[in-house]
Design a protein. Structure first.
Length: 422
């Protein structure tokens, strides 16, 4: 299988150099606004709207057909019997045992193909918008169609199913891999929020609630119980060339069983943003810290690391402190060529861990990636990305005396973009 991967890389490289002479010709017909355009609900649309029931309604559809070729030189996936993982999740890098022996594997995935639809009409209280996005990323292994996002907006109010309100969407780096850097909080929850413009130019206040299910490690006779939603507050600053958010999070974690009722508070703070540097370049940064954030951080979702039974008192819960930081830089080499370099780091406190774990219990991880993307015209992207990741497990759950696992992955992406508006 590894020779197949090398053949694909060699063929794509030859194609790249054959087509280089026409790159400039295509690039000259491409405006700077084309290079920065991304799928989603546009801030403004120029085509004439439809007239439905006496109202002007703008409609749009956009998306992409994407095909990824990935090769792991080491291994990702904690279960030795599972197939190839389509996303580079550093929290799933094995540190030893049979899972770590599955190296030099190649995988193919159309999962990042996406379809979005939206409609918008102006009202005296602000635009009324509805938005829906579909993709095939429900499973890390295999392909399954899903409704990825669906929400409505009216003036200050937004409600539906989307990325957590705690996330700053402008602070998500432009990686080819779907997962992206390990600390970013990208779970999706049912939610409602209001965004209130403040008097000072460029500032606004976001307040909201979301149904963030608790992710805890509990005895078999105890179950998690959601009593109240998570509460989010954000101060947003949006000058002409930046988008910066200072966010706070509060959630209550509950668990109950026979004659047991446990509760503990989780919280978090985050500072993140995107700042334009020169021309089309920009820098992205983010940091977060708090307790009970396992369900929010990309690398730790699903591992039961919001909270655990107190090792000194089994009738109470102990929240797990967590730290995450990430940094990325977008650089345009020419109108048709761009790159993004990204680094991320996550660390969880490990003082709670007293029991063995066959796959090792997460302690910290490192993510590094860099890519090169060629866009000869708006409708097509060809890119290659290198990723490196490390996972460290707690001392009490080392596997064959190993605490560190790592992986190197290369991904080639072919993406056909489309859009239509009315």
């Amino acid at each position: 299988m590894k020779y197949l991967f090398y053949k694909i890389i060699l063929t794509a490289t030859v194609m790249l150099f054959i087509l280089i002479p026409i790159t400039t010709a295509f690039g000259q017909n491409r405006s700077s606004s084309d290079t920065t355009a991304t799928p989603g609900v546009p801030k403004s649309v120029s085509p004439a709207p439809l007239n439905l029931f006496g109202r002007n309604v703008h409609l749009g559809i956009d998306g992409a057909v994407q095909f990824d070729v990935m090769h792991d030189f080491n291994s990702v996936g904690l279960d030795p019997n599972e197939n190839f993982e389509n996303e580079f999740i550093t929290g799933n890098i094995p540190v030893g045992g049979p899972a770590a022996d599955r190296n030099n594997r190649t995988g193919f995935s159309p999962n990042q193909s996406t379809l979005s639809m939206w409609a918008s009409t102006p009202t005296r209280h602000g635009d009324f918008k509805v938005y829906c996005r579909f993709n095939m990323t429900k499973l890390v292994i295999g392909t399954q169609f899903q409704v990825y996002k669906v929400y409505g907006e009216w003036g200050w109010v937004k409600a539906g199913f989307d990325w957590t309100l705690w996330l700053n969407p402008d602070a998500v780096p432009n990686t080819l891999d779907f997962e992206g850097p390990n600390p970013i909080p990208t779970p999706r929850f049912a939610q409602i929020r209001v965004k209130i413009p403040l008097g000072t130019k460029g500032y606004s206040l976001c307040l909201g609630m979301e149904e963030a299910l608790a992710d805890m490690t509990l005895p078999a006779y105890v179950s998690p119980l959601n009593k109240v939603p998570a509460f989010i507050g954000k101060l947003v600053y949006e000058p002409k060339r930046a988008h910066i958010e200072l966010a706070g999070l509060y959630r209550q974690l509950n668990a109950n069983g026979k004659d047991i009722n446990m509760s503990v508070n989780g919280w978090g703070i985050s500072l993140s943003g995107s700042i334009d540097t020169w021309e089309n370049d920009n820098v992205i940064f983010g940091s977060l810290y708090g307790e009970g954030l396992g369900a929010y951080i990309d690398d730790t979702q699903g591992f039961g690391l919001d909270a655990v039974p107190n090792p000194n008192d089994s009738t109470s819960l102990k929240v797990i402190p967590a730290l995450g930081i990430w940094f990325a830089y977008d650089h345009w080499w020419a109108k048709a060529w761009r790159s993004t370099a990204t680094v991320g780091y996550v660390e969880l406190d490990n003082a709670f861990d007293k029991t063995p774990n066959p796959a090792g219990t997460f302690h910290k991880s490192l993510y590094v990636s860099a890519n090169l993307i060629w866009s000869p015209w708006t409708a097509f992207d060809l890119g290659i990305e290198y990723m490196y990741g490390e996972r460290v497990v707690t001392a009490n759950t080392a596997i064959n005396c190993n605490r560190l696992g790592h992986n190197n992955r290369v991904q080639m992406t072919f993406r056909w973009n489309f859009t239509a508006k009315k």
